[in-house]
Design a protein around this ligand. Structure first.
Ligand code: 9MR
Length: 397
């Protein structure tokens, strides 16, 4: 009797396997080895896109073929690290330099990748003709607003239908260490156009490409604090809630995810709570610029494993916390790292006193680090009931 039931069971399994075109896994045997698969293939199991920022100089460098090969093989969404910023696209007034950005969009198409557009409105990397014109009064406030509308319209129309998610407004909010410490809007655009530029930017972007998902993007949004006046995540939460209530066409919040191993940081439950709060407003979420830097002490630089190992482990743990939280929020559409190799990372050039580095998934020789295997394991060893497929986001009208 027992034998008969077993035989029947395997007959059913064979029939099922035939219909579904899968090999049945019987108890005791192991499924296909997953650790050899790419991040993009493993993300696809969850409908989650895995991305990287792309340095176009590295992508073009014939002497650095591994860079190009890994962008193509490990990732299925790409972000321009710099070439879609205003200073790159319109270095002199009225003269556009589309070449490098076009190249990335073509590369993505060829490699079956989606593109995150970065960035339409930001106070950094603006062309000098614009900031100087405003400073010396040759560009009036009315003209500035018009120039912003024209910039957004021109760029979004050029890539219409080719951009999955646009970072429409980037880093508009202060940090608690700024003065005054109550979080408020900061920078060139708020200063010259007032808070209304944010809603305007989303409306202009939507008009130019109704099919792109429109994101607000910022750092230090990983978790709520005390929800008081110095809590940046809570400030952004209230801001995007207000935008949604006013009918502004915003579709998502990008949490950049720039972390450092010297800080306390968060656990996956805290990060999931923040993502859930945003998605409860009807917004998609994404990690858009993940990296986890460490201080490069004299010991680290001298190769002292006592100092290097804890940093690599803490880095891996932080990459993993963000990945687990993203997997657990069904509206978290993509997990993008801000460069994937220490050979090409903004961190060492930016943080020099004290020096910082070791921020990415691969070392300078393209060897995967512990962090790479940690997020890979997260993608492999997760599934129902706590991790379910992504829920696609449609652009809001
Ligand atoms: O990685 C970018 C670096 O190459 C640039 O020099 C820098 C200039 O501001 O911008 C870096 O990218 C930033 C991104 O556009 C927005 N979030 C913070 C990123 C790291 O600074």
């Amino acid at each position: 009797m027992r034998l008969r039931r077993l035989l029947l069971g395997s007959a059913v399994a064979v029939v099922l396997a035939g219909t579904l075109n899968v090999v049945p896994v019987s108890a005791g045997s192991t499924p296909q080895e997953p650790s050899g698969q790419s991040l993009r293939a493993l993300g696809a199991r969850h409908g989650l896109y895995i991305g990287t920022a792309v340095d176009m100089a590295a992508l073009d460098d014939a002497n650095d073929p591994q860079y190009r090969q890994l962008v193509a093989s490990q990732f299925n969404t790409v972000t321009a690290e710099n070439v879609m910023k205003w200073e790159s696209l319109e270095p002199t007034r009225g003269n556009y330099n589309w070449g490098p950005a076009d190249k990335l969009v073509e590369f993505a198409k060829k490699n079956n990748q989606k593109v995150r557009g970065h960035v339409l409105v930001w106070q950094n990397q603006l062309p000098a003709w614009l900031t100087e014109g405003v400073a010396n009064g040759t560009i009036t406030t009315a003209q500035l607003r018009d120039l912003l509308r024209k910039h957004i319209t021109t760029v979004v129309k050029r890539y219409k239908g080719k951009i999955w998610q646009w970072d429409v407004v980037n880093e508009a909010a202060t940090d608690p260490w700024d003065s005054p410490p109550e979080i408020h809007l900061k920078g060139f655009w708020a200063q010259h156009l007032g808070a209304g530029y944010i809603a305007d930017a989303f409306r202009w972007a939507r008009a130019a490409d109704p099919s792109a998902l429109l994101f607000y993007n910022d750092y230090n949004l990983e978790a709520f604090g005390d929800k008081g006046p110095g809590d940046k995540t809570y400030f952004v939460y209230k801001m995007v809630k207000q935008l949604r209530q006013s009918g502004v066409p915003i579709d998502g919040v990008g949490s950049q995810g720039h972390l450092g191993t010297q800080y306390g940081n968060y656990d996956a439950f805290q990060v999931k709570e923040a993502l859930d709060a945003f998605s409860d407003l009807g917004l998609a979420t994404a990690f858009t610029e993940v990296d986890v830097r460490s201080q490069m002490t004299a010991g680290v630089q001298a190769g002292d494993s006592n100092e290097i190992n804890p940093r690599l482990q803490a880095s891996a743990a932080n990459f993993s916390v963000l990945m687990q939280a993203c997997l657990a929020n069904r509206h978290c559409l993509s997990y993008t790292v801000w460069g994937f190799t220490d050979k090409h990372s903004w961190v060492p050039g930016w943080f020099t006193n004290p020096p910082e580095g070791l921020a990415t998934l691969y070392d300078e020789n393209y060897q995967p680090k512990r962090a790479y295997n940690s997020i890979k394991a997260d993608l492999i060893f997760s599934g129902p009931p706590y991790v379910q497929p992504r829920i696609p986001q449609n652009p809001k009208r």
